[in-house]
Design a protein around this ligand. Structure first.
Ligand code: UD1
Ligand code: PEP
Length: 431
């Protein structure tokens, strides 16, 4: 369905024009999982056509959710009854966000069996905080046959205090807490945009969640959620990737369908580098045609610089004269792109897990993506490099970037893919 063939790019071309940013993958996935909570149909607008979305839909189909695409990016979900509380291991093992069905199943059925999730493996990614939250609100959790078995008698209630800021942990706790007649307080909650999006969705169905976007979230259980319509927020990570593309190719690009306040850490860093950024409403214009300066980047939890844009910025900084230091405090081991950038002539070293990047010209060659954002970093490096590059492992790009080849070509990139992007299925009825 999605084209996994290698992508070939002839670099060194300046780009120009407008790119419409898609809705956020990482905001859409928890909202899709949340559809397990209600027996009424929900229609989501702006759902990106990505492999992660398809995998989560497969997991939910096994649990009782019917889905229908009712437009290019509109998805109707209906879970009249949960028919199974065991998430299929082989699908859960494919990506991280599948673990979010655990909170929703616990809330709706009082029982869930979910294996440890898969996903990008650039660092240890435990789920201890998710399990701690379920236990703090009254669930029993045990490990059996390689999967977590959780049961909740009565309603979720109690106080959850996370040891660290976790986006998925906060979302899973919210999902587990919304139904019933108990109250749950979550302290040291993530204030990530994707947590706020999930709270907005749940509240639109009748949940009572206060404080999302602050470090204390209070949830008052309700007997049931209704159905409804909801639009997913724009993807700040996709926008950050296109901003890095504009800067690496020393181009002027206009991004539409963005929320500029979600991107302040990224646009601030680009301004520090010397790029001109103009923001009006839901539009960001970047002009990076003048000389850029090296900067240091340290990732941290939202609203700080996002880990999911770190590899892309490392690729950008590899094209900028001077020395930049890049540290990822969320996933210190998220450095798989460095060896591939080396193959393109980048003078980037790892001192422990700190990237020291001495920017300069890059040369095209064949490189291999091993995860979603190192793939994006390699596209950026290839667009900036002299000559032709081939990027293998595009299966990872299909996790996070819808119609990337077409959209880059539309702004002047010399980019092609064997077989090109297959036409997307439209209105595939599953109900
Ligand atoms: C599908 C999705 O939305 N994925 C995003 C989500 O992942 P995800 O929700 O998995 O990331 P978390 O915010 O939970 O992880 C933050 C940090 O906490 C640690 N941790 C997390 C949970 C836990 O139980 N124990 C624990 O130690 C993680 O290893 C990591 O170092 O947020 C990350 C951080 O912005 C992003 O990189 C991912 O793209
Ligand atoms: C790491 C990412 O996703 P996941 O958490 O699903 O692995 C990402 O979107 O960059």
């Amino acid at each position: 369905m999605l084209n996994d063939s290698p992508i070939t790019i002839v670099g060194g071309r300046q780009l120009h024009g407008e790119i419409a940013i898609n809705a956020s993958k990482n905001a859409a996935l928890p909202v899709i999982a949340a559809a397990l909570l209600t027996a009424e149909p929900v229609t989501l607008h702006g759902v990106p056509r990505l492999s992660d979305v398809y995998i989560l839909l497969d997991v939910m189909a096994a649990l009782g959710t019917h889905h229908t695409w009712v437009g290019a990016n509109s998805l109707r979900l209906h879970t009249p009854a949960v028919t199974c509380v065991i998430a299929p291991d082989e699908l859960v093992g494919k990506m991280r966000a599948t673990f979010l069905v655990m909170g929703a199943l616990l809330a709706r059925q009082g029982e869930a069996v979910v294996a440890p999730p898969g996903g990008c493996t650039f660092s240890q990614r435990p789920v201890d905080q998710h399990l701690k939250a379920f236990r703090a609100m009254g669930a029993e959790v045990r490990v059996d046959g390689g999967a977590y078995h959780a049961t909740l008698r009565g309603s979720a209630s109690g106080s959850v205090v996370f040891d660290l800021l976790t986006v998925g942990g906060t979302q899973n706790a919210m999902l587990a807490a919304v139904l019933g007649d108990g109250d749950v307080t979550i302290d040291n909650a993530s204030i990530d945009t994707d947590v706020m999006c999930l709270a907005d969705f749940l509240n639109s169905l009748g949940a009572v969640i206060e404080g999302a976007g602050t470090h204390t979230i209070r949830i008052e259980g309700v007997p049931a959620l209704r159905g409804g319509d909801f639009r997913i927020i724009p993807d700040r990570i996709e926008a950050g990737t296109f901003l890095a593309i504009a800067a690496a190719t020393r181009s002027r690009l206009t991004l539409t369908n963005v929320i500029p306040s979600h991107l302040r850490a990224v646009t601030g860093k680009l301004r520090d580098m010397g790029a001109v950024i103009l923001e009006t409403g839901d539009v960001i214009m970047i002009d990076a045609r003048d000389e850029l300066r090296a900067v240091n980047v340290t990732t941290s939890e939202y609203p700080a610089f996002p880990t999911d844009v770190q590899p892309q910025f490392s690729a950008l900084l590899a094209t900028v004269g001077g020395t930049s230091v890049v540290v990822d405090r969320i996933y210190p081991g998220r450095t798989t792109h460095v060896a591939q950038l080396h193959r393109m002539g980048a003078r980037a070293e790892l001192m422990g897990e700190t990237q020291i990047i001495h920017g300069g010209p890059l040369q095209g060659t064949t490189v291999q993506a091993t995860n979603i954002r190192d793939g994006a970093a390699l596209v950026i490096a290839a667009l900036a490099a002299e000559g032709e590059s081939t990027i293998e492992g595009t299966v990872y790009l299909n996790r996070g970037y819808e119609r990337l080849v077409d959209r880059l070509r539309a702004v002047g990139a010399d980019i092609r893919q064997c077989g090109e992007q297959a036409a997307l299925p439209f209105a595939v009825a599953m109900e």
